[in-house]
Design a protein around this ligand. Structure first.
Ligand SMILES: Cc1ncc(COP(=O)(O)O)c(C=O)c1O
Length: 153
């Protein structure tokens, strides 16, 4: 009898290996077994929302941000609180006050070629963001569809 099965639910193993390698190059400790391949970004935004959000929970976002992410989290009745943003990206120094006031479940951010502004978060602010997130236990959901398109590598 011929066996008929779908591939592994977590994704094609060679692709998971490749993604883990990419993440390691970015300094993220990551094994292939940590990687879940999804069907486009909408599926993972939905999964992230389901994982973290209950009705009324707050998500911090750049202002403005990616419409489809808003839609995915809105379905779960999340509230959105904008983080002040300028030509260098979001302003990390604004975060401690927002975190204390709103107790967000996570920050949703597009640090490279942000949609819709096209702004890329400068290195200094990335470091500050990482420091503040670690200090305050803020989860960062990074959406990076465009980082690899940079001509600076
Ligand atoms: C920030 C951001 N995330 C995700 C996507 C869409 O990604 P996918 O084609 O994987 O659903 C887009 C496309 O416009 C986007 O701008």
């Amino acid at each position: 009898m011929r066996r008929c099965e779908y591939g592994p639910s977590e994704g094609f193993p060679a692709l998971r290996e490749w993604i883990a390698g990419e993440m390691q190059q970015r300094g993220v400790q990551c094994a292939a077994t940590d990687v879940l391949v999804t069907n486009g970004s909408q599926q993972v935004l939905d999964l992230v929302g389901k994982l973290f959000l209950n009705p009324g929970d707050v998500v911090l976002t750049e202002n403005p941000t990616y419409l489809a992410a808003i839609q995915a989290f809105q379905t779960l009745e999340a509230k959105f609180v904008p983080v002040p943003t300028d030509e260098h990206g979001l302003v990390p120094s604004a975060l401690p006050e927002l975190i204390a006031k709103h107790r967000p479940k996570f920050l949703y951010t597009i640090p490279n070629f942000q949609n819709p502004t096209g702004v890329t978060l400068i290195a200094e602010r990335r470091r500050e963001l990482a420091r503040i997130a670690a200090e305050h236990g803020l989860v960062i959901v990074e959406d990076d569809p465009y980082g690899k398109t940079s001509i600076r590598g």
